[in-house]
Write a protein that binds this ligand. Sequence first.
Ligand SMILES: Nc1nc(=O)c2c([nH]1)NC[C@@H]1CN(c3ccc(C(=O)N[C@@H](CCC(=O)O)C(=O)O)cc3)CN21
Ligand SMILES: O=c1ccn([C@H]2C[C@H](O)[C@@H](COP(=O)(O)O)O2)c(=O)[nH]1
Length: 282
Amino acid sequence: MSLADNIFIDMCRDILENGVSTEGEKVRPKWEDGSYAYTIKKFGVVNRYDLSKEFPAITLRRTALKSSVDELLWIWQKKSNNIHDLSSHIWDSWADENGSIGKAYGYQLGVKHQYKEGEMDQVDRVIFDLKNNPYSRRIMTNIYVHQDLHEMKLYPCAYSMTFNVTPNKETGKLKLNAILNQRSQDILAANNWNVVQYAVLVHMLAQVCDMEAGELVHVIADAHIYDRHIPIIKELIERQTYPAPEFWINPDIKNFYDFTPDDVKLENYVTGPQVKGIPVAV
Ligand SMILES: Nc1nc(=O)c2c([nH]1)NC[C@@H]1CN(c3ccc(C(=O)N[C@@H](CCC(=O)O)C(=O)O)cc3)CN21
Ligand SMILES: O=c1ccn([C@H]2C[C@H](O)[C@@H](COP(=O)(O)O)O2)c(=O)[nH]1
């Protein structure tokens, strides 16, 4: 069993057993047929993944590493808000006729800000600080920009990363840790998807800053299982699990902007069968 499976199974059990239903509340999302998408939710879930021990891909079912990394690079590297720059179709329902999702995600990371050291966007600011001032407690991004919310198709869910560096006395290297702050999480469709993509981000940034990947702490304010996902989750968490896969990252890449989805791979990734056609609430 992988550590990520343990965390996922415990979290799902906790939501199913101790969570509260939103049925009867005024909810925003709907299913494709127009009916309201209710959830069972738990407030304030915190999951810790030690990336130096295992790569946090669950084995209950396969998490699509390549598409999730493609989305991560769409946001963090291409800094795009247009679905035509994305390989998968996961954002199609939230795009306008030109393919834009508005001033969300990649758009915000691409906005340049004035700092004492000059003009930079938030991603370059993080890389600058990790290289020049790694022990700073001020290394973070935030894309939940209130002044632009009215121009976003969907408000950012995974909205902030806080990076924090600690020395590894054993290896003499620096360890890159991070907190991913998420206001809302669709546990079935996107929990492990978001976890693996931000784990990859930590690995990528650690490599280009000559550090080791440390811990990823995932803080979720509203961790929910949609009503139509409940039977799927119940079946999923009873499945057999397998040892965690091994993570490979192309060691030759030294510049964050040179990474492609092909520069990361999972080896020996044995999983249960895929759940096909998961309905996504819009
Ligand atoms: N209700 C909802 N849930 C989400 O997870 C979500 C949204 N809305 N809105 C915007 C994005 C789109 N995201 C998504 C949407 C679909 C999948 C999905 O269907 N994943 C498939 C694999 C897809 C692939 O292989 O490319 C899966 O099996 O989990 C994942 C993330 C995350 N976000
Ligand atoms: O990266 C993502 C993006 C979106 N989600 C989920 C979380 C919610 O189920 C919906 C967004 O609905 P809100 O009403 O705006 O909270 O999308 C996710 O889990 N991960």
